[in-house]
Design a protein around this ligand. Structure first.
Ligand code: PBG
Length: 326
């Protein structure tokens, strides 16, 4: 003795062997690609805070969706940027609204691609909050009516899954009831269950023009300090009928992902949010990180922590990389 019997380096000596003992694998089927949709035709606006991401008009969105499908990505999630906003986010509930038309177009032209919709009014409200505002307060129960109406119009447009991201209490149950009553009992709900009040959403708010005009989102999104409360949120959403549970953001919250994975039996999704994406892009542009490696390592970490599905702006690039011979 005295000499190491266990040499863990034995299994690290050559690439095929490393591949044989690899514990975690990424596949294009793990990814959900978020896309931003705007009015107009042949419009492609670069998003300054998210290099490589664009706001697309419906015709170009359909083309992008088809490319993602070809790469083996099973689903997209849509975020709409409407022409007009008001106090109640009415343009988000319009059966002929931007997202509703985008869903119809993609479902018609790219069959076999799952179209998920984000159910939340912040992209459609003039004040930028995720709920109805009265006297500076964000009202919970009044907001539920908007959310159920919005989810219904998404379902009627042909969405394959709805994803409430507002963090109002009781919204999963309310949406489930509304969908069942409207004849959509088979439509799954992916709940943004543990959504933290995070500074990492800033580039998204620039992309979707949804920065709150007053205050912040701390009265409805979760305190980043709270792990037990995240589990309460997750438990409640499961009781209320959620089919898939999401944790958001991803990389700074791997502990929540890992704990949730051990605790629940539902599929678990994690959202690698705009700020996580833009940090890697910016560091790569400065020459401080290798972009592809940082992208794959962060996605792998999220999967290793326990996420079955990853919402990521890197979906296309990562899928391309996974398909090219290594
Ligand atoms: C709310 C919503 C947000 C994101 C997804 N859905 C913004 C927010 O809560 O401010 C953020 C996603 C990201 O940062 O990539 N509709």
């Amino acid at each position: 003795m005295g000499f190491p019997i266990h040499r863990l380096r034995r299994l690290r000596q050559q690439e095929p062997l490393r591949r044989m003992v690899r514990e975690t694998h990424l596949s294009p089927a793990d990814f959900i690609a978020p896309l931003f949709v705007i009015e107009g035709h042949d419009c492609r606006e670069a998003i300054g805070s998210m290099p490589g991401q664009y706001r697309l008009s419906i015709d170009l969105l359909v083309k992008e969706a088809a490319e993602l499908r070809t790469l083996g990505i099973p689903a997209i999630i849509l975020f709409g940027i409407p022409a007009s906003k008001d106090e109640r986010g009415s343009s988000g509930l319009d059966p002929n609204g931007i997202v509703q038309r985008a869903v119809k177009a993609v479902k018609q032209q790219v069959p076999n691609l799952m179209v998920i919709t984000d159910v939340c009014i912040d992209e459609y409200t003039s004040h930028g909050h995720c709920g109805i505002v009265r006297d500076g307060k964000i009202l919970n129960d009044e907001t539920l009516d908007c959310l159920t109406a919005m989810a219904r119009t998404h379902a009627e447009a042909g969405a394959d899954m709805v994803a409430p991201s507002d963090m109002m209490d009781g919204r999963v149950a309310a949406i489930r009831r509304a969908l069942d009553r409207a004849g959509f009992a088979d439509l799954p709900i992916m709940a943004y269950a543990a959504k933290f009040s995070s500074c990492f959403y800033a580039p998204f708010r620039d992309a979707a023009h949804s920065t709150p005009h007053f205050g912040d989102r701390q009265s409805y999104q979760m305190d980043p300090a709270n792990a037990r409360e995240a589990l309460r949120e997750i438990d409640l959403d499961i009781k209320e009928g959620a089919d898939i549970i999401m944790v958001k953001p991803a990389l700074p919250y791997l502990d929540i992902i890992a704990t949730a994975r051990r605790r629940i039996l539902l599929p678990l999704a994690a959202y690698q949010v705009s700020g996580e994406y833009s940090m890697i892009k910016a560091a790569a542009q400065a020459g401080w990180l290798d972009e592809s490696r940082a992208m794959m390592e962060s996605l792998l970490a999220i999967k290793r922590a326990g996420a079955d599905l990853i919402l990521t702006y890197f979906a296309k690039d990562a899928a391309q990389l996974l398909r090219s011979p290594q």
